[in-house]
Design a protein around this ligand. Sequence first.
Ligand SMILES: *[C@@H]1O[C@H](CO)[C@@H](O)[C@H](O)[C@H]1NC(C)=O
Ligand SMILES: *[C@@H]1O[C@H](CO)[C@@H](O)[C@H](O)[C@H]1NC(C)=O
Ligand SMILES: *[C@@H]1O[C@H](CO)[C@@H](O)[C@H](O)[C@H]1NC(C)=O
Ligand SMILES: *[C@@H]1O[C@H](CO)[C@@H](O)[C@H](O)[C@H]1NC(C)=O
Ligand SMILES: *[C@@H]1O[C@H](CO)[C@@H](O)[C@H](O)[C@H]1NC(C)=O
Ligand SMILES: *[C@@H]1O[C@H](CO)[C@@H](O)[C@H](O)[C@H]1NC(C)=O
Ligand SMILES: *[C@@H]1O[C@H](CO)[C@@H](O)[C@H](O)[C@H]1NC(C)=O
Ligand SMILES: *[C@@H]1O[C@H](CO)[C@@H](O)[C@H](O)[C@H]1NC(C)=O
Length: 402
Amino acid sequence: MLRRYWEIFLIIYFSFMCVVVDTVSVHQPQHPSVSWETNHFSVTAQWSEPAVLDAGCKATYNVELYSMKCPPEKASYISEWPTQELNYTWHIYEVIDAKCVALHTIFQGCGNKTYSNQVYKDIPQPQVKNISCVYYAEKKMNCTWNLISNTSDLQFFYSDKKDSLKPCVVYTGNGPMRTGCHLYGEDFLSYDWLYILFNGTHEGRPIRNMFLKNPRESVTSQPPKLHITRDRDLLVFQSSRPDFKEECWLYIFHINKCSEGDQVHTGDKHSNWSVRVPYDEACRYTVRVQANYSYLCGKGASDWSEPEDYGANNDPLWILKATVVVIPVIMSCCLLMALILFRRYKDKILPKVPEPSLLFSDVFNDKNEGKITKDLHVDRIYVPSEEVVETTLHLEPKHLKA
Ligand SMILES: *[C@@H]1O[C@H](CO)[C@@H](O)[C@H](O)[C@H]1NC(C)=O
Ligand SMILES: *[C@@H]1O[C@H](CO)[C@@H](O)[C@H](O)[C@H]1NC(C)=O
Ligand SMILES: *[C@@H]1O[C@H](CO)[C@@H](O)[C@H](O)[C@H]1NC(C)=O
Ligand SMILES: *[C@@H]1O[C@H](CO)[C@@H](O)[C@H](O)[C@H]1NC(C)=O
Ligand SMILES: *[C@@H]1O[C@H](CO)[C@@H](O)[C@H](O)[C@H]1NC(C)=O
Ligand SMILES: *[C@@H]1O[C@H](CO)[C@@H](O)[C@H](O)[C@H]1NC(C)=O
Ligand SMILES: *[C@@H]1O[C@H](CO)[C@@H](O)[C@H](O)[C@H]1NC(C)=O
Ligand SMILES: *[C@@H]1O[C@H](CO)[C@@H](O)[C@H](O)[C@H]1NC(C)=O
């Protein structure tokens, strides 16, 4: 008996719960879906009316885009659009960063009810990532991309309009996977937009990815070639001219004189792609140049050219340095040698001076006059031997020479 009451209680309880949940969700837009419309380069969100609409009560909708996956954080809000329809379509341009669509119902004439909770739907994300297209030479452009899944039948189409797509002729990439397309033969820089469509299959399901690129936003060229010449007291840094859109390029020269750091100069069509600076003969010049696509035309730059050198670092102070540093060094060496030699032959150069006592005893001792005088002459008084004198004279000039 008790058990039966318990079951009845549970049934009532869960029915009540369902009614509560429903009263919230029935007011939301129903069955939302988001899809890419490949024929029009657009994204469409669709839904159906709330399950319950009171009599005389009208529903409109509000559609929001977020740059995060669902459910998104408020901070990733992009924009919102009101609509009375059961769908909303964005041009691909508007959804470039979007990842999630949020929908809610706005009630009009429904008493106190004003709007429903939000319902979310993810925007299908492309299998092709990191697509980049670079315009790099007259009527030539390369697009490259990464695949997040194995897709060997991927095809690339492009156009400057949304219709009349042209297929890629020259694919690039390694192995069976296509990861690039070489586009050529058209003035892509005059396109308003480059529309790109990928199609293919992945695990039996179709892939349809669309992108929009502005070719002017990513322009590059070969690095300019640099030629350095001297024109009297000027140095002329002459670059090769650009291959396309001469009026759009600004050349940036980095001139490093005497390793003092880069000085920045610019050249363009009006300076015949050259820069002139006063020449300092005592300096080496190291110069690089980069072609920069002016912001007036778009965006981008070439790589830097290889550095080119001119002249050599000649130190005009070298004579002074020699006088101040080298000569004292040589002189101290000579002095040192002289000292060493002097110590070695000291006894011969400066023999012991005879003791005065002996001289005096000689003076006062008349008796032994002849003997002492003879002793002094023979043993005490210095008689420079010819050999010693010669040795000193030979050695000193030899070392002075060094
Ligand atoms: C959007 O809804 C309107 C009417 O509600 C309908 O005419 C139109 O075909 C729908 N568009 C799409 C793409 O479903
Ligand atoms: C709706 O609003 C009216 C007054 O505007 C109020 O009397 C009524 O209690 C409200 N009903 C609910 C369900 O809040
Ligand atoms: C663009 O692609 C072509 C063909 O594969 C290649 O020859 C060229 O070097 C590429 N240019 C750049 C700048 O990547
Ligand atoms: C796209 O580029 C980013 C940064 O360069 C890299 O981290 C990411 O792995 C790339 N995506 C794919 C699918 O290769
Ligand atoms: C892609 O295909 C190659 C061979 O075709 C295989 O070796 C590789 O494991 C595959 N990668 C994925 C992620 O399926
Ligand atoms: C890709 O699109 C082209 C042209 O619309 C079509 O001929 C081809 O069958 C498509 N490929 C796939 C795998 O859907
Ligand atoms: C511009 O530079 C080139 C060398 O690149 C030279 O042949 C030409 O005469 C120069 N033109 C003018 C107007 O200085
Ligand atoms: C080109 O020059 C502009 C202005 O001087 C600068 O802001 C930009 O960074 C340069 N571009 C590159 C790729 O260096």
